[in-house]
Design a protein around this ligand. Structure first.
Ligand code: AKG
Length: 229
């Protein structure tokens, strides 16, 4: 198959920074680090990257809060979502509920089967309406930085032929432990402090623990492949 055909098969590639020097470099691009240190603090670590491909017809993600999936202990989770193509309403840009992070609440999440969305669970029972949402339409090359408590979603790419690619990287303060998951024989097992991280700014107070190599880069084939965030 051609590269085009292969790319179209996948909605998202997880942990591209573990195999791609370009993706790893994007984690620590100076302007991104500058933004991160201004919102998180001097010591910042990254734990996840995702390359969304989302070609035409591919689904988006239902309302969610990233911190629901990646629980820091100090509410410092921050996403940097970099548009690799112009992101428009038509091709499935992000939508956000402005200010929804400020309450500091993680809303409940449940499975959903809405064909507009992939298998990500949906947050519900929150005090906002879909009409309160604003689209984040940005040109390629723009980085959108947002708090892990922000309710956001994206719709499917209903544009003509083409992709809506984006690189989404996740960061947090290096001071917080990260009680996250560890794939063990297909199961998800929480560890007290997930150490498969990249220090992107400042110092790592837990450097004495060393760095682990846990995450395996993999692709997410739409709904068929189950959801792993
Ligand atoms: O890029 C998308 O379509 C969704 C990204 C997203 O919601 C996320 O990375 O948390």
């Amino acid at each position: 198959m051609s590269d085009e055909q292969v790319l179209r098969r996948y909605l998202c590639i997880h942990y591209p920074h573990k195999v791609s020097p370009v993706a790893k470099g994007a984690l620590t691009a100076p302007r991104i680090v500058e933004a991160l240190t201004s919102v998180i603090g001097p010591n910042v670590k990254a734990m996840q990257s995702m390359l969304f491909i989302k070609s035409e017809g591919r689904p988006g993600q239902a309302w969610h809060q990233d911190e629901c999936f990646i629980p820091t202990r100090d509410r410092s989770l921050t996403a940097v979502w970099i548009a690799l193509d112009d992101a428009t309403v038509e091709n499935g840009c992000l939508w956000v509920l402005p200010g929804s992070h400020q309450r500091g609440v993680i809303y409940p999440a449940r499975p959903q089967q809405d064909p507009r969305f992939d298998c990500t669970t949906e947050a519900y029972d929150f005090p906002y309406r879909d009409d309160d949402a604003v689209p984040v339409q940005v040109p390629a090359g723009t980085a959108v930085v947002f708090n892990g408590y922000l309710l956001h979603r994206s719709l499917s790419n209903s544009g003509g032929r083409g992709y809506r690619r984006a690189l989404a990287n996740h960061y947090m303060s290096a001071e917080s432990l990260l009680p996250w998951r560890l794939p063990a024989d297909g199961e998800q097992m929480a560890v007290a402090d997930y150490r498969d991280i990249v220090i992107v700014a400042g110092v790592d107070p837990y450097a004495y623990k060393g760095i682990a190599d846990i995450a395996r880069p993999h692709s997410r084939p739409d709904q068929e492949g189950g959801c792993d965030r």
